[in-house]
Design a protein around this ligand. Sequence first.
Ligand SMILES: *[C@@H]1O[C@H](CO)[C@@H](O)[C@H](O)[C@H]1NC(C)=O
Ligand SMILES: *[C@@H]1O[C@H](CO)[C@@H](O)[C@H](O)[C@H]1NC(C)=O
Length: 428
Amino acid sequence: MMKIMLFLRFVAVLCLFTAARFCYAGRSRFSGSRENFEVMKHLNRLNKPSVESIKSPDGDMIDCVHISQQPAFDHPFLKNHTIQMRPNYHPNWINDDAIQVSATMKPSKDEASSSSENQQTITQLWHSNGKCPKGTIPIRRTKKEDVLRATSVKSYGKKKSVSTVAYPNSIDPEYINQNGHQHAIAYAEGEFYGAKATMNVWNPKVQQYNEFSLSQIWLLGGSFASDLNSIEAGWQVSPELYGDNNTRLFTYWTSDAYQATGCYNLLCSGFIQINNEIAMGASISPISQNQGSQYDISILVWKDPEEGNWWMQFGNGKVLGYWPATLFSYLTEKASLIEWGGEVVNTALDGQHTTTQMGSGQFPQQGFSKASYFRNIEIVDESNNLRTPKDINTFTEQPNCYDVRTGNNGDWGSYFYYGGPGRNPNCQ
Ligand SMILES: *[C@@H]1O[C@H](CO)[C@@H](O)[C@H](O)[C@H]1NC(C)=O
Ligand SMILES: *[C@@H]1O[C@H](CO)[C@@H](O)[C@H](O)[C@H]1NC(C)=O
């Protein structure tokens, strides 16, 4: 009797479970719970178990995840990967006498000194509430809303289309302005093993939530067809990706022209982080002020000549981690094009150029403390030396919307001002 009772109870519980599952399945067919399930599954994949979590004043949650449990190691190619805790080589800094001082666009002595005075340390907002312990890395937690803002679970954390990279040599006008991506960049062509620059950080206005404004370095290899390899790092404002208008540090990579591979930050397997202080995708603070303090960040990406991995350094000596050489095809060897500068998306809502700003939102002519800049632009050559690139060219689709102007001087080496306001009387 007792046995039967127990059995019945078991059946009852089982029925409840089954009913719940039926309910769930039933609902899913009619009200999007299937998608909900996909979203939860994806969140489980992205958000790794944490040792500790830190709440940032901007609403982010930063999870301190054990270094061996980071998303990179979900990648089938990286299953047996031995983590590199430091690069074998840093590029050598060469005092380049070839830098020519030009009179135009050069910040005055006053400006140059005020710029170095103002080089206070840039940090990330979440640092005000804690630190991640050694042996862990800080990862910005992905929230359900983050994934729901994307057009699909699959597209979350990815750039949208093939032709988002500026293609300076394209003479095909059809190519230009596709997808509303607009650039104002400087670029160098050749054989490169790294790139470096210091850029000031702003908070450009982004009009539509599905537009963005970013400033970054691109290291490119392959053709602009389906096999483009790209490593990218800089700062961005992207309401769709982050749910706010904050300026955030980001990275990106792809080995097939933004199709199946790659993503922002640690939102897929790829980049291996070793640093416990800097979180990809976290807000940068403070930000440069118009005619006020200027805050800039330095980014260096270089190829370890021994292992072939591409390392990234942020600021003065903070090595964040690396992209394993195995992720790439062309970049396994070297980069053939380096680009520095800004990119925005203009959705041309109502047939008008939107008011989304690039950089500071001011044109390059405005100069220091108003316009945004990249300074001390350098490349790494085949001997692992950091040098000013020999030839720097510029490219912009619509200079009346966003423009770029290069210069050279002793303190800033090779530099440029770039950016613009978007819609204005000459850019409609
Ligand atoms: C990883 O190691 C296992 C066991 O040695 C091996 O079977 C597997 O093929 C390796 N995977 C990769 C991607 O190298
Ligand atoms: C971001 O900026 C846009 C345009 O200025 C504004 O409409 C929107 O409300 C802002 N979003 C947030 C989350 O602050």
